[in-house]
Design a protein around this ligand. Structure first.
Ligand code: ADP
Length: 575
């Protein structure tokens, strides 16, 4: 069902309030007309004294005030409804993003996703703050006016009835056209945001490869695309407004002519009735016309909501976790991969039928050429991507039967490029734990991971701001910071993607000894490149083109696998 409609049905109280406001508005418009007509009639035709009409004038003032308050209150109610809906949409989108598989979340441009989360959700505003209040007002106000006019003068009522349907009819025709155009506009905006963010992130690379000019052209191209889409919508909107104005003027003109004929030539109407009708008629058409503007905005919101809906519906790669608890004291559990197969959407790489077992406290090393699927396998063990076939079982149950937080609480994953959030170094280390962490604990973790000296040399020490907008960190420093996070967390399963880039010998030695220290009380699974990591492992998993070629210790594999022996000899420089 349509997301916006669901949202409406969840806010029944606000809707009832809006319906109430709409009827109140109708009543005040009609009363205002009646009072003005009475006053004018009294003063000019019946020569009433000013004193007799003063109460009426005060009453009129009160009604004008009520009318303004209703407009304000219904706008407020609409905005409140919009805020609630936007909050709900963003929450669902974030939840969806958090549950999507790692490889899906890396797909598509981040800018595009931000545009859905921010712009598309914001575009929902108009639906509630304008479209819905207006829709209700247009359902109530013109109908009430029409009934009153019919009681006064049937011919005027008939003219209104005949001309009025042209307004919604015209709006529906235009609205249908705008909906498609506004969907196009959002797609263009998404592409534009994506290209822009990508260019910002890759500015250095683009410059070094002399591609800034091409990128500038790309940005220009997508911004022109966005401009055309916006102009197309505006063109329709302006033509729409012009046509609606003409219909409205024709309607009012016809009624004025009819009333004038009746009043002056046939003398069958009183001045009060004629004036009262003339006062009401513009409001009749105005509220219908206002619906046109609101309808146009509402359509754009519907287009945006559709985009949010599509994003939410695309759950094919979402990982569903269960609610099973794994007792804390039983960590680390044995990890078993049985007939695990996985492929990315592009399907040119596949992890094929991998079966292996990693026992508690074992140090396992995943080895193989670049592109053989080592990181993919480590992501599967981490529960970041779900195997297409086969299963990863923990203590005899599928990993995904457990509660996600239960699993993540006990593992630490040190990737090659740990993410450093903008904030102080201290905060970045403490991110490993949810609760309160004392400065001493942070410092202790930093010592164990060998990053404390570097931090203490900085002017602001642990308060130094790093990450976006702050001081940069080298690859080795980032990994040591990630290790400090792990020392603080004391995980029982450590997943480590060993750096492939050459670090200096000292950093390399610090990393190595820290990870060994961290691994003494834990299961350690490393994507290994260094000979000493590989040789020391209790179990080596050798991958080639996504297939598990052999498992065993260094010695067994040296004698049994020529691929393995070849790889090791190449590292040793033996021909
Ligand atoms: P390794 O860690 O052994 O170098 P990876 O597991 O990173 O290998 O990658 C294995 C293959 O999967 C590579 O060919 C890579 O191009 C492809 N691959 C990795 N990540 C993705 C992704 N998110 N989407 C599509 N293909 C990917």
């Amino acid at each position: 069902m349509n997301l916006l409609k669901i949202s409406l049905s969840q806010q029944k109280a606000s809707m009832a309030l809006l319906v109430g406001f709409a009827f109140l508005l109708g009543t005040s418009i009609i009363s205002q007309g009646a009072i003005i007509a009475t006053v004018i009639d009294g003063v000019f035709l019946q020569d009433q004294a000013f004193a007799t009409i003063v109460p009426l004038l005060l009453f009129l003032l009160g009604i004008i005030f009520v009318r303004a308050s209703i407009i304000y209150a219904s706008g407020r109610t609409g905005i409140k409804m919009a805020a609630q809906t936007k909050h709900h949409f963003r929450k669902r989108l974030l939840q969806k993003m958090a549950h999507s598989s790692l490889h899906t979340s890396l797909e598509r441009q981040s800018g595009g996703k931000i545009s859905i989360l921010m712009d598309a959700v914001d575009a929902v505003d108009n639906y509630f703050s304008q479209y819905i209040p207006r829709l209700l007002q247009t359902a109530a106000v013109p109908l009430m006016i029409l009934i009153v006019v019919f009681t006064q003068h049937v011919n005027a009522g008939l003219i209104m009835m005949v001309t009025a349907p042209f307004i919604p009819l015209f709006m529906v025709l235009v609205g249908l056209q705008t909906k498609k155009k506004s969907e196009e506009q959002l797609t263009q905006l998404e592409a534009f945001s994506g290209t822009f963010l990508e260019s910002l992130q890759g500015l250095v690379t683009l410059k070094l490869f002399g591609r800034s000019k091409q990128q500038k052209d790309r940005i220009e191209e997508s911004s022109i695309g966005f401009k055309h889409a916006t102009m197309a919508i505006l063109k329709v909107a302006f033509t729409n407004a012009f046509m609606l104005e003409i219909i409205m003027m024709l309607g009012i003109g016809l009624i004025a002519l009819e009333i004038a004929l009746q009043l002056i030539i046939f003398e069958s109407l009183s001045f009060f009735t004629a004036f009262f009708i003339l006062l009401l008629v513009p409001d009749f058409y105005l509220s219908l016309r206002d619906l046109g503007t609101a309808f146009h905005n509402g359509r754009a919101s519907m287009g945006a909501a559709k985009k949010v809906e599509n994003e939410l519906e695309n759950t094919e790669d979402n990982i569903q976790w269960g609610h099973k608890e794994f007792p804390d004291e039983k960590f680390p559990p044995p990890i078993e991969l049985s007939h695990v197969s996985f492929h990315y959407h592009s399907e040119d790489f596949a992890l094929n039928d991998v079966s292996a077992k990693i026992l508690p406290y074992e140090h396992a090393a995943i080895v193989g050429k670049s592109g053989s699927g080592k990181t993919t396998l480590l992501n599967i063990v981490a529960g970041l991507i779900k195997p297409v076939e086969g299963a990863i079982t923990i203590d005899g149950h599928s990993l995904f039967e457990y509660r996600e937080s239960n699993w993540h609480q006990h593992i630490s994953y040190i990737t090659q490029h740990p993410y450093i959030f903008s904030g102080s170094i201290g905060e970045n280390i403490a991110i490993g734990l949810n609760g309160q962490v004392s400065r001493d604990e942070v410092i202790h973790a930093a010592r164990q991971s060998g990053i404390s000296e570097m931090i203490e040399e900085l002017n602001d020490g642990y308060e130094t701001i790093v990450g976006e907008g702050g001081r940069g960190l080298s690859g080795g420093e980032k990994q040591r910071l990630a290790l400090a996070r792990a020392f603080l967390k004391k995980p029982s399963i450590i997943l480590f993607d060993e750096p492939t880039v050459g670090l200096d010998l000292q950093t390399e030695a610090i990393l190595q000894s820290s990870i060994q220290k961290l691994g003494t009380n834990a299961t350690l699974v490393t994507v290994a490149h260094r000979l000493y990591t590989i040789q020391d492992a209790d179990r080596i998993l050798l991958l080639e083109n996504g297939k598990l070629m052999a498992t065993g210790t260094h010695d067994t594999l040296m004698s049994q696998s020529s691929t393995y022996a070849g790889m090791i000899n190449a590292q040793l420089g033996v021909e």
